[in-house]
Design a protein around this ligand. Structure first.
Ligand SMILES: [Zn+2]
Length: 686
């Protein structure tokens, strides 16, 4: 590990922030915080924090001494000065005289001492920064340090390695107690460059941003060198099946096993999104014969516990030709996992005085020998974080085992961290959206209706995949929705293309819960004269396209075993033929029947099938030029043409999207056709 400090970049940061009236010290604090944040071997997702002691004018313009400390849970790699809220330092320091301090009191004092009342909450490690005297302080959970301190004799290894350059702090849970202990230990030997916190991480400090940062790099580099010496070869590989199943075969089974029925709403499930990771290092870790020991020994640093739980789910290796065995074993492993978690909660909660409420008992990380690891979460973002931390843990544990034996904090210490309200607060209390944890696939996702539908489903909390034969249109639509939306090129007239597209969706999210089969195009021709090829082409897309998509989705839904929802864009042509529109209406009529057939054949599996009959929507089928031509031909304005229905209202793609969303949420409705056409009695179903 080498210093990333570059003089010209540091100066550029000073110059850039000076324009906003930010001091040189704070500009450099931001600069080195970002340097730490961008290295995943030092800092991962919200772990770690930095601070600066300086003076600043308060709201009344009076200069006061402050501690600028990173906001709780914020990302160091992209931090801005506002991400280091300023807190009155004298008030924080007075707290050291107290015998104890409740979380509630700390939070209230903290908020009341912020210079800017709307600033984010400071890091939970604020008091440790406040009680030490240094102008600049850096804290990370560096991988190399963890591999060394997560050992039965971690303190002895550090003492030998650092030769008086650091003081060692025994494990104490973060918060007031740790801050006091660390300050006492520092004061006994004030010439040290930093503190190493057993089973937790490292603090370095200095008079300048550069000194504090480069001490961090130097001390971590020493740990990295130590890990290269006298290594044992780890791990001895377990016996694995010859042919391992693919991710897209394993993920839906795992996802189904980790889903739970909603106890309050019949037909509803609490589902997880998956993030898959694999690499030679991950495979070496999950394939080890002793995985059950080192893989289940606890967290590598205490603040992982709220994201990963204290231990991962471990499954058997999935043999390609024995997936039924894998399914049974995965379900049994999840049941055991939940029972173990509940027993842990009961035991530790009794110790803690019975005041805690249990979190859900489901795993957040799954290790699959032969394949890799999965992070699980209620959103793609949460699943990614869990996977990233699990990957980091695998690296830390591998290095720890290579020089000794990995050891974590105790069960009681993990519980205190997992159920610490200040840690849980990092997860936020955002209200659960109705489709949170669900994965929706929208075909024709690059078109007007597909786009609007994907947007509506994403807004309702679903992870969305947009399939379209026009790759760029799908990518544009996905980009407009957000980082987690997936765009996949897919021609629904090609069965291999459909199969591959669904495999990609499953690899990206773990499964499929909702399909909006929307891709379509219009062919015209007088039915008595039309070329048979035209009819066949239309059937390929407007009937077989829907069938292929539904078939691919049902296969995944059955593997998950948690039901599902198939939605079809059928069009009013299915029930109300227009002149010369037979080539379009005929396959659409067959698709209407298809909806009912899926409702009949898969109702017992909890898979619902519904359709939307829309009419006269401004879209790729009904282009602006076509609207102009048709309205002119009828001698009416474009507006009157588009709102020529019983309600006299123009129907939009957003109206169709809301109808699909409504059908996705109606857990007791299947075989339904919802008409979205402003009212057309000739197209009414009955
Ligand atoms: Zn920490």
């Amino acid at each position: 590990m080498k210093s990333g400090w570059v003089d010209s970049e540091a100066q550029a940061a000073i110059d850039r922030y000076a324009r906003d009236g930010i001091s040189r010290d704070l500009a450099l604090r931001v600069y080195t915080t970002r340097l730490l944040g961008r290295d995943p071997k030092l800092v991962l997702h919200g772990g770690g924090n930095t601070s600066l002691k300086t003076t600043m004018p308060d709201l009344l313009g009076e200069e006061v001494a402050v501690l600028c400390v990173k906001g709780s849970g914020s990302d160091m790699a992209a931090i801005e000065p506002a991400g280091l809220p300023a807190v009155r330092l004298d008030r924080l320091r007075k707290l050291r005289a107290r015998a104890d301090l409740s979380d509630e009191d700390l939070l209230r004092i903290q908020r009341a001492s912020l210079l800017e009342p709307t600033a984010p909450n400071p890091s939970v490690e604020i008091l440790l920064h406040a009680f030490l005297p240094h102008k600049f302080i850096d804290h990370t959970h560096a991988n190399a340090i963890l591999s060394i301190v997560d050992q039965p004799d971690g303190e002895a290894i550090c003492a030998g390695l650092y030769d008086g350059r650091v003081s060692l702090v025994p494990y104490v849970m973060p918060g007031f107690g740790l801050a006091k202990t660390a300050a006492d230990i520092y004061e006994a030997k004030p010439e040290v460059e930093g503190l190493i916190l057993n089973k937790h991480g490292i603090f370095t400090f200095g008079a300048s941003a550069r000194e504090s940062y480069e001490r961090m790099i130097a001390l971590v580099a020493l740990a990295e060198e130590r890990l290269q010496k006298n290594r044992k070869a780890v791990f001895v590989t377990a016996q694995l099946p010859q042919a391992i199943a693919s991710v897209d075969a394993v993920a839906p089974i795992l996802r189904g096993a980790c889903s739970r029925k909603d106890e309050k709403i019949e037909g509803a499930w609490r589902r997880m999104i998956l993030e898959f990771r694999t690499s030679p290092a991950i495979l070496n870790f999950v394939n080890g014969a002793e995985l059950a020991r080192y893989g289940q020994a606890g967290v590598v640093t205490p603040d992982h516990t709220i994201r990963t739980k204290n231990w991962p789910l471990v499954t058997i290796a999935p043999a390609r030709d024995r997936m039924d065995d894998f399914k049974r074993a995965a379900q049994a492993a999840v049941t055991d996992f939940c029972e173990r978690y509940q027993a842990y909660f009961a035991r530790e909660n009794a110790r803690a005085g019975g005041i805690k409420r249990p979190l859900d008992p489901l795993p957040r990380v799954a290790l699959v020998p032969g394949l890799g690891l999965f992070g699980l979460g209620r959103s793609k973002e949460d699943a990614k974080i869990a996977a990233e931390l699990a990957q980091c843990a695998a690296e830390v544990i591998t290095d720890a085992e290579a020089i000794g034996r990995f050891e974590s904090i105790s069960e009681a210490e993990m519980f205190d961290m997992e159920y610490w309200p200040l840690e849980q607060a990092k997860l936020g209390s955002a209200a659960q959206k109705p489709l949170a944890g669900e994965i929706a696939v929208i075909t024709g996702g690059g078109g007007t209706i597909g786009r609007a539908t994907a947007k509506a489903f994403a807004a309702a909390g679903a992870e969305v995949a947009l399939l379209d034969c026009d790759e760029r249109a799908a990518a544009d639509a996905a980009k407009a929705i957000g980082a987690a939306a997936l765009a996949v090129k897919c021609d629904v007239t090609d069965v291999a293309c459909v199969r591959d597209a669904f495999a990609r969706v499953v690899a990206a999210f773990g499964g499929v819960d909702i399909v909006v089969s929307n891709a379509g195009a219009a062919w015209q021709g007088r039915i008595g004269e039309v070329d048979e090829d035209v009819l066949r082409q239309s059937f390929e897309l407007n009937f077989y396209g829907h069938q292929r998509v539904a078939q691919a989705a049902v296969k995944i839904m059955l593997a998950q075993g948690t039901g599902g929802c198939l939605l079809f864009n059928v069009s009013k042509q299915a029930v109300n033929p227009g002149p010369n529109f037979g080539p379009y209406g005929l396959p659409k009529a067959a698709t209407l029947f298809l909806v009912r057939q899926y409702a009949v054949d898969y109702g017992a599996d909890g898979i619902r099938a519904n359709a939307v009959n829309a009419d006269r929507i401004r879209s790729g089928l009904l282009t602006d030029a076509f609207i102009a031509e048709r309205s002119k031909a009828r001698g009416v304005s474009e507006k009157d043409y588009l709102s020529g229905n019983l309600l006299g209202r123009e129907v939009t793609a957003d109206d169709v999207a809301q109808a699909f969303l409504h059908q996705a949420l109606e857990l007791k409705t299947t075989g339904d056709v919802t008409t979205v056409d402003g009212g057309n009695i000739a197209a009414a179903l009955r």
